[in-house]
Design a binder for this molecule. Structure first.
Ligand SMILES: Cc1cc2nc3c(=O)[nH]c(=O)nc-3n(C[C@H](O)[C@H](O)[C@H](O)COP(=O)(O)OP(=O)(O)OC[C@H]3O[C@@H](n4cnc5c(N)ncnc54)[C@H](O)[C@@H]3O)c2cc1C
Length: 437
């Protein structure tokens, strides 16, 4: 069996050879990266009267943002980000009111499903965080859980339920949000690979594109997902990021089982889209493609890999070969090395099997497409957002596989910093300063 291949992705990567339109030579603010975070930052800055340009190397949403699981959930969040996620949840509900039908918003709540007592204790322990930020959360066990969600397997120990959580179709959400940004006057340039960040006297001055053109701006926000670390390292800003690949699958449309998204806390997660398709994946399981940076900082990365050895499969392969090739030939490390990521077909098979155990009616599901997305993670699996130590240069990266939901708080926090206001306390705890330099 071929382990790695893809059979279709909601928003495939389009590699462009040059920018689709000529970017203007200057603007008030440049956002590098047209993912969910870059677009929301651009909208926030534009709403405050700035001229804003989003420079996107490929096509908007084609990295993680247009191909993730689509969960917008508070449940299970770390205490450090719970307040920011609370804020984001209300922003998502406002977006859903505006675009809901266009981006497949389904407000059916989220279930963390425990199959044994140990997992149930883990689910219950989140109650303290929920109470701290005022999120509605209940734990339903045994018979009562089976009565309430009769489609679940009979042997489950219990369920943690957050009724206000929801899910979206990420590709449609990205199209709707990009459309709204353009209507507001944000200039989105696709096919624009940012190769360098220009600075002088400790201040950012703009960026240089792969074709040699410069774009000037006194504010540059790097929201380049998994590629942010490499780009920022060119101006001496180091981010402790490693890259993983997560695999998702979608089935043919199936009769409606539930509007809630679900998560077996030891394995598979799923949601049923409004058209009946079931999108599922193996949760925290990722293939870690080793890069040159990972070898260099292997001592820092090893504890993370060891603690997560059941879910992270280390793959020293094509990525590392490309990096070493670049270093040996003197070309250096490309800040953007993007191809369509290969899905792990074994993870898809395993996910389907676990899903069928969890929801017996899903025995009849037929998988239609399998794809992968690249995930940028930090050692504590929390995002990095805020300043870089260089005036006018801000960053959001390392969203660690759950940045879709929390994107509004990260974006608004960074916009607040750019505006010099105090409201950035939502993201204060997410500063890169928490890691030793
Ligand atoms: C399989 C999978 C499942 C997930 N499930 C969920 C979920 O259910 N809920 C949730 O909240 N989150 C989920 N996530 C995580 C979520 O998708 C991300 O946290 C979020 O999309 C990050 O958005 P972003 O804008 O930072 O990055 P991205 O979407 O990766 O966007 C970055 C963009 O920057 C561009 N870029 C990079 N370098 C350059 C450069 N040098 N010049 C110009 N452009 C550049 C890239 O082309 C890319 O389009 C999942 C992720 C994956 C992969």
């Amino acid at each position: 069996m071929t382990v790695f291949e893809s059979t279709g992705c909601p928003l495939p990567v389009r590699i462009e050879s040059r920018a689709a339109v000529d970017p203007p030579p200057a603007c008030d603010a440049i956002v590098v990266g047209g993912g969910i975070i870059g677009l929301l930052i651009a909208i926030g800055l534009r709403e405050r009267g700035r001229s804003v340009m989003v420079l996107e190397a490929c096509n908007v949403g084609s990295a993680q943002s247009g191909r993730n699981m689509g969960f917008v959930r508070e449940q299970g969040r770390d205490a450090v980000e719970a307040e920011a996620m609370r804020y984001s949840a209300s922003r998502w509900r406002a977006l859903a009111e505006r675009f809901g039908a266009r981006f497949g918003w389904t407000g059916g709540g989220h279930l963390s499903i425990a199959r044994d007592e140990q997992s149930l204790a883990q689910v219950e322990s989140w109650g303290g965080i929920a109470a701290g930020v005022g999120t509605r959360f209940e734990v339903v066990t045994g018979r009562a859980a089976r009565d309430r969600w009769p489609w679940l397997a009979k042997d489950i120990a219990g369920v943690g339920y957050t009724p206000d959580d929801g899910h979206v179709d990420p590709a449609s959400a990205m199209r709707a949000i990009a459309g709204s940004a353009r209507e507001l006057g944000v200039e989105i340039v696709e096919g624009a690979v940012v190769e360098e960040i220009e600075r002088a006297a400790g201040r950012v001055e703009g960026v240089v594109l792969a074709d040699g053109r410069s774009v000037h701006a006194p504010l540059v926000v790097v929201a380049a997902g998994a590629w942010s670390g490499r780009l920022l390292s060119r101006v001496g800003v180091r981010l402790p990021l490693h890259m993983g690949r997560g695999t998702l699958s979608a089935t043919r449309p199936f009769r409606r089982i539930t509007e809630s998204s679900g998560w077996d806390v030891t394995g598979a997660g799923f949601r049923q889209a409004p058209d009946g398709r079931v999108v599922f994946g193996m949760g925290a399981f990722v293939d870690v493609d080793v890069r040159w940076e990972d070898l260099r900082s292997s001592f820092a990365l090893l504890p993370t890999l060891w603690q997560n050895r059941r879910t992270m499969r280390v793959r020293p392969g094509a990525q590392l070969a490309r990096d070493l090739g670049g270093l040996v030939t003197g070309r250096g490390l490309s800040p953007l090395d993007r191809t369509e990521p290969r899905a792990n077909m074994r993870a898809s098979d395993e996910g389907l099997q676990r899903l069928r155990e969890l929801v017996p009616a899903f025995a009849e599901l037929e998988v239609e497409s399998v794809w992968a997305g690249v995930i940028d993670s930090t050692p504590d699996f929390l995002p990095i957002a805020g300043g870089t130590g260089i005036d006018g240069l801000l960053v959001v990266a390392g969203t660690s596989g759950h940045g879709l939901g929390i994107a509004p708080a990260l974006a608004d926090g960074v916009v607040a910093i750019a505006e010099g206001r105090d409201e950035a306390d939502l993201i204060d705890a997410l500063s890169r300063q928490r890691f030793p330099s």
